[in-house]
Write a protein that binds this ligand. Structure first.
Ligand code: TEU
Length: 519
């Protein structure tokens, strides 16, 4: 059963979702306590961000033990209870694996530090002597994604590679022990009943022989075809074939890769039939609120994966990027646009990834300097504020400073005046963003435009639309979606209105910054 092909997957940033023990940090018990809400919302699966043992230099993406739960998030028993309850609520569980690097607190890295240059312990990572007369220059010119050189020096003078924070040492994927360990981790969580895996930096891992200098000394994560040597090396596909071979032994399991590769043909390689089931498609979240650009992104995204017989995925936000409400201009206009884009995304064929709080219309929140936590802030020499603004805890109900997220002090400050944003308030309001999501998700499960079992569903057919607008129909169905990004109301395409992202005009037209579904 390929449940993921049309699934709506809800990303739980565990740290910010719900805190069950009052330490101000969300945890597995908190997720479990909110399963009723998630079922009511109507999502199909949860992606849990890393909850493994970690010193939290990158909030869990620095993993010290990938087969154990960090005490701040709970323990293995809490995890098992969560999986069992989630399944009882009809929700699948996807866990997040981080195979490109480990924490420098991982036992492997500690053993590497205690061992001599050239030892097998060091061969699990990329240790190299430095350049320059005293070896005090990094081994190559690669830059870290979070800022600064991608190399850190250890006491005996060797350097190790870290494409992210210095606390995240890149693993050496030419080492068979590294492969065996990922396989063990896949089996460990599969045997505990998880339904899928999100693979962090899935275009990383493989490095070019000899780690040559990058002619451009790039700093961005998005790999191009023009030779970024840090990412998208051909050898990475062997890793994904191994992942697929392991998961093929477990019926109904899937893997979705976080793949920042610009070139369509190279991107599609990751979802070939013997590799990952899905790849995140970041095109929509990089597209401005403009109908022509949105249409281009949609056509492009579908064509890219169609070429290898795979289905598209869609996302407008995650824990690494500015939230849609803020990205589209903030305030009432930003919210209206975020709601409209959510309806467009939820009408598209394929599966959708929704980030916690997106269904509430949460905006980014300015975090004061002294409260910033993201390593990007330090590593960039305080030139980049990092990703804390989109990681503010979820407001559940009014009546207290932590809005029901925690009985203690939230790990990031939550602003005053958020009562109307809370899930509890929005559940009561039929015009709320949450009610719009619930309605749309219910239609995804019940309307023939979504449930028709027909392979043509991978395609959309475009209607002619006024300037600044788009309208499409899911192929083989009557289900249509229209979006107005112009500054004047426009007539709707034919059909009965099923749901809108905001009120229509008095004469039944689609106003600016609004989308509608029809059938
Ligand atoms: O993300 C890859 C990544 O580094 C970017 O999304 C990055 O966060 C962005 O360009 C801002 O600097 C994954 C995780 O999603 C992210 O949270 C981790 O920090 C990163 O890997 C390292 O594991």
């Amino acid at each position: 059963m390929q449940w993921w092909r049309d699934a709506v997957v809800y990303q739980v940033y565990v740290r910010s979702f719900a805190d069950s023990d009052g330490d101000g940090v969300g945890d597995l018990g908190g997720v479990r306590s909110r399963l009723g809400y998630l079922e009511l919302l109507g999502v199909d699966a949860l992606w849990l961000t890393p909850f493994y043992r970690s010193p939290m230099a990158d909030h869990g993406y620095d993993v010290a033990d990938p087969r154990d739960v960090d005490p701040v998030f709970g323990d293995l028993a809490a995890f098992d209870a969560l999986v069992e309850d989630a399944h009882r609520h009809g929700l699948k569980i996807i866990v997040d694996l981080v195979p490109n690097h480990t924490s420098t607190e991982h036992e492997w890295f500690r053993a590497a530090l205690d061992s001599a240059p050239g030892s097998p312990e060091r061969a699990r990572y990329h240790f190299r002597p430095g350049r320059g007369t005293d070896g005090d220059e990094p081994p190559n010119n690669w830059r870290s994604i979070f800022g600064g050189p991608a190399w850190e020096r250890v006491a005996d003078g060797e350097w190790y590679l870290h494409l992210f924070a210095p606390e995240q040492a890149d693993l050496n994927w030419t080492n068979p022990e590294v492969w065996a360990d990922l396989e063990k981790t896949l089996r460990f969580w599969s045997d505990r009943g998880v339904d899928g895996f999100r693979i962090d930096v899935a275009h990383g891992m493989a490095k070019p022989d000899g780690l040559p200098d990058d002619p451009q000394a790039r700093t961005e994560l998005l790999a191009n075809t023009d030779g970024d040597l840090r990412f998208d090396q051909d050898g990475v596909h062997d890793v994904h074939r191994m992942v697929r071979a392991v998961l093929d032994h477990y019926p109904g399991r899937m893997a979705v890769g976080e793949i920042w590769v610009r070139d369509d043909e190279r991107f599609a390689r990751y979802v070939r039939p013997d590799e990952l089931h899905q790849a995140f498609n970041f095109r929509l979240l990089q597209t401005p609120f403009d109908a022509a650009a949105v249409r281009e992104a949609v056509e492009h995204s579908i064509a890219a994966v169609d070429a290898v017989g795979s289905r598209p995925t869609w996302t407008l936000s995650n824990h690494d990027v500015s939230r849609p409400v803020t990205r589209y201009g903030g305030g009432a206009v930003g919210l209206a646009r975020a709601r409209a884009m959510a309806l467009v995304m939820l009408a598209l064929p394929g599966s959708v990834y929704v980030y916690n709080g997106e269904e509430l219309g949460m905006p980014d929140v300015e975090v004061p300097d002294e409260a910033l936590q993201d390593p990007v802030w330090e590593r960039s020499g305080h030139t980049e504020r990092g990703r804390d603004s989109c990681r503010i805890p979820v407001p559940w109900e009014g009546g207290g400073p932590a809005y029901g997220f925690s009985s203690g002090e939230p790990w990031l400050p939550m602003p005053a005046g958020w009562d109307a944003l809370t899930a509890a308030e929005q559940l009561e309001d039929t015009g709320s963003t949450l009610s719009m999501f619930r309605h749309a998700l219910e239609l995804r499960h019940t309307h023939p435009g979504f449930v028709a079992d027909d392979d043509r569903r991978t395609r959309v057919e475009w209607y002619g639309a006024p300037d600044g607008c788009l309208a499409f129909r899911r192929s083989g169905t009557t289900l249509a979606c229209a979006l107005n990004t112009s500054d004047a109301p426009v007539p709707l395409p034919p059909g009965d209105v099923l749901v809108t992202s905001g009120p229509l005009t008095e004469d039944g037209q689609l106003p600016p910054d609004t989308a509608a579904w029809l059938a």
